[in-house]
Design a binder for this molecule. Structure first.
Ligand SMILES: NC(=O)c1ccc[n+]([C@@H]2O[C@H](COP(=O)([O-])OP(=O)(O)OC[C@H]3O[C@@H](n4cnc5c(N)ncnc54)[C@H](OP(=O)(O)O)[C@@H]3O)[C@@H](O)[C@H]2O)c1
Length: 240
């Protein structure tokens, strides 16, 4: 049976991904901190096992990984989002919290689990379409995601001799507990089921850049080609 480890599987995109992989006949290792929410998806499929740990704690992560088998697919999807409300009163604690949860934790995951990924296997890292261009109030979230895109692309080069395919995932807005907190309009909001299907297909095809919904992500990719001063004027008009 092929194996997949998915972080952030207790909720949102990761939860739907775990269900898609379970239905496709994979042995799924579903990561998260919430035992209760992970138990709920395990009860739906006998081929889903939980991997409960806080990814910002490398020792706990290693201890939880002891009995893991070799992996066909590793999806580093867990993440959080907090916005900087007042850039002048920059909240350094918030910044550190977001970078730790979204970026530093991925380093710990790679340290623990990359050696388990088989030759011919896949590594996918969830960034965000926020990585395409600077968005208002996203100093912490956007910086963590832009760094993940860079990290994934660098790994894509360096893991080529190991025959590991690396995908970076750039979702647009997906309806999850993370985005339910947003009070601003979210164009082209998609469901977690649609997101999970796009990611599953993209990884199967060894795509290096998985982005969706395409109309929204292509629009952002096109805007990112603008000279920065033009984007700065546009972005300021959107927010002020
Ligand atoms: N939703 C969107 O519109 C959107 C857009 C672009 C990118 N993304 C990215 O997609 C990924 C999934 O987001 P989502 O929207 O599905 O959010 P979500 O529903 O809030 O899920 C986040 C998941 O990450 C896990 N997690 C967070 N911090 C963790 C930690 N320290 N240790 C272990 N697990 C942790 C949570 O598990 P526990 O709570 O059980 O710990 C949860 O399962 C994130 O990386 C997010 O940045 C989302």
């Amino acid at each position: 049976m092929p194996t997949v480890l998915i972080t952030g599987a207790s909720s949102g995109i990761g939860r739907s991904l775990a269900l898609v992989y379970a239905q496709a006949g994979y042995q799924v290792f579903a990561g998260g901190r919430s035992q209760e929410r992970l138990s709920e998806i395990c009860s739906q499929h006998s081929n889903i096992e939980t991997l409960i740990c806080d990814l910002t704690e490398p020792e706990a992560l290693k201890a939880a990984s002891i009995n893991l088998p070799n992996l066909d697919v590793l999806i580093l999807n867990a993440g959080t989002c907090e916005y900087i409300d007042d850039a002048k009163q920059f909240d350094g604690e918030l910044f550190a919290r977001v970078i730790n949860a979204n970026l530093t934790s991925v380093g710990y995951c790679l340290d623990a689990w990359l050696p388990l990924v088989k030759s011919g296997g896949n590594l996918a890292i969830t960034s965000s379409s926020a990585a395409f261009l600077p968005l208002p109030r996203a100093e912490a979230y956007g910086a963590s995601k832009a760094a993940l895109t860079y990290l994934a692309r660098t790994l894509s080069i360096d893991l080529k001799p190991n025959n590991i395919h690396v995908s970076v995932i750039h979702p647009g807005f997906v309806k999850t507990p993370l985005t339910d907190k947003n009070s601003f309009p979210m164009p082209f909001l998609t469901s977690t089921e649609e997101a999970a299907q796009a990611i599953f297909k993209g990884i199967k095809l060894n795509k290096s850049d998985i982005h969706f919904p395409r109309i929204f992500t292509w629009l952002l990719k096109t805007l990112s080609l603008l000279p920065f001063p033009c984007w700065k004027i546009l972005a300021s008009r959107i927010t002020h």
